[in-house]
Design a protein. Structure first.
Length: 369
């Protein structure tokens, strides 16, 4: 089987679990955070730097790579792994979220979505089959089924209509997908409606995917509603398949998701805020551009041993941002991703030792809602 998932330990104090996911290009220990390399690159970082901070799997984006440089070019280059010089696992999302959030003039039908490129306005069509064709050409270890991510807020009838189409598209993705070295995950939708989430899980499990994404959350709703939907959704999902909460990556949400049984996460947030000079640390959030750090010669995080914290001061990094030097955002990006990857290592250790609730309390104190 192309994706073999094993639950190694179930926590006694929560729904958290330790797992191991075997993919074509390597093993991923879960719970895991996946850095996002939207356009076949994690912004400002080399693959070697990602490996040094402990990244096990990264995510790339079907929509963006289809538009530029084109999936056929990536196929000709030997696939995404060869093209971007990354020999560990890769997950590609289906392009659905970007079609609905970035593209203009969308027209949705049962067959698929016609949309305009956010780059040049050119017209394109994505169907479940087209998304599978592109993702098979890209050659990631995990592909995601094409879905509709309902915007927030939305009415019940809208969420139900989108779910109906998404379930049909999931079947079509499964029927069309044929790449034997690539796992295809289904995506649970249903908005903030318990009965729709339940139906989504039941029908996707009947289709039988090797893993399942949880979509349509972290799209603007309050965090307590997201957690409520996780508490409804996750217990319905198969015990022996990985559960992937899509688009979530703040320290507090990662820990809260793990407590509720989630295994995999991704988000652009750590690299996005890094480019604005904001960092997560063991002392809370630090916005290094602020004047208070002009003469602070200590590291970004005194308890971090990443490359940035071992070599550079807050004062120097602030200077780089004020001078608009590229090195500044590179250093903050390295730190933020290292912080999250180390946090997930701490989470895995805490699960083993039945101390996850204590770690969650620490993170809630550092990053209150």
């Amino acid at each position: 089987m192309v994706a073999q998932f094993e639950v190694l330990y179930n926590s006694q104090e929560s729904k958290a679990r330790l797992g191991r996911l075997q993919l074509t290009h390597g093993v991923v220990e879960t719970p895991v955070f996946m850095p996002v390399g939207t356009q076949a690159t994690v912004k400002s970082m080399t693959p070697e730097e990602l490996k040094r901070i402990g990244a096990e799997i990264i995510l790339s984006n079907t929509y963006h790579l289809y538009l530029r440089p084109g999936h056929e070019l990536v196929r000709e280059a030997g696939g995404l792994h060869s093209f971007m010089n990354w020999d560990k696992p890769i997950l590609t999302d289906s392009g659905g979220f970007q079609v609905f959030s970035l593209a203009d003039l969308r027209k949705i039908s049962q067959e698929g979505v016609t949309f305009s490129s956010h780059i040049d306005g050119s017209r394109h069509f994505f169907s479940p089959e087209r998304s599978m064709e592109i993702q098979m050409a890209l050659g990631a270890d995990i592909a995601m089924a094409f879905d509709i991510c309902s915007p927030y807020p939305y009415e019940y009838n809208e969420a139900a209509r989108d779910l109906e189409i998404t379930l049909d598209w999931a079947k079509r993705c499964k029927e069309y997908h044929s790449r034997e070295d690539q796992a295809l995950f289904g995506i649970v939708q249903g908005g903030l409606y318990e009965d729709l989430r339940k139906r989504s899980v039941e029908e996707l499990v009947a289709i039988d995917f090797p893993g399942y994404g949880i979509g349509g959350l972290s799209v603007g709703e309050p965090k307590d509603l997201m957690y409520e939907m996780l508490e409804v959704t996750v217990p319905l999902m198969p015990e022996d398949k990985p559960r992937y909460l899509m688009g979530v990556g703040s320290p507090d949400c990662l820990v809260e998701g793990v407590l509720r049984g989630v295994d995999m996460f991704d988000c652009v947030l750590p690299t996005r805020i890094a480019r604005n000079g904001t960092c997560w640390t063991s002392e809370g959030k630090v916005t290094v551009r602020n004047a208070r750090y002009a003469k602070d010669f200590g590291p970004l995080d005194p308890n971090c041993d990443c490359y940035t914290c071992r070599h550079y001061s807050r004062a120097y990094i602030r200077h780089l941002f004020k001078a608009e030097e590229i090195l500044g955002l590179r250093l903050t990006t390295i730190h933020n991703l290292a912080y999250l990857i180390n946090l997930m290592h701490r989470v895995r250790e805490a699960i083993k030792e039945e101390k996850l609730e204590a770690l969650a309390k620490e993170i809630r104190g550092l990053y209150p809602n």
